[in-house]
Design a protein around this ligand. Structure first.
Ligand code: SF4
Ligand code: SF4
Length: 86
């Protein structure tokens, strides 16, 4: 199988907190978009994968991380989130 480049975005929620969104893992189920209380998340027109439409509105509530069955979202203290990938 050909390896594709991982598409990943980051939202700085505040000085210490960060949300990482690994779009490549999204299966377009739409759960996170329904649950996000701040309308941060939307769907891409063609693929229906998650997109970030209002990053400045994210309050770091963590609902997206809890609800996504495909582990697209990782939220936490900046230091520990960065270390997860090591
Ligand atoms: S952390 Fe909360 S506000 Fe931010 S994108 Fe996820 S569900 Fe929406
Ligand atoms: S819950 Fe996860 S898999 Fe479903 S649309 Fe959102 S990011 Fe994609």
């Amino acid at each position: 199988m050909a390896s594709e480049e991982l598409v990943r975005h980051e939202i700085e929620i505040n000085q210490n907190k960060k949300l990482i969104v690994t779009v490549s893992w999204c299966k377009s189920c739409g759960i996170c978009m329904e649950l996000c209380p701040r309308d941060v998340l939307g769907e891409e027109e063609v693929t229906k994968k998650v997109i970030l439409i209002a990053t400045e509105q994210c309050n770091g509530c963590g609902l997206c991380e809890l609800s996504c069955p495909d582990y697209v979202f990782t939220i936490g203290e900046l230091e520990s989130v960065l270390n997860k990938g090591q």
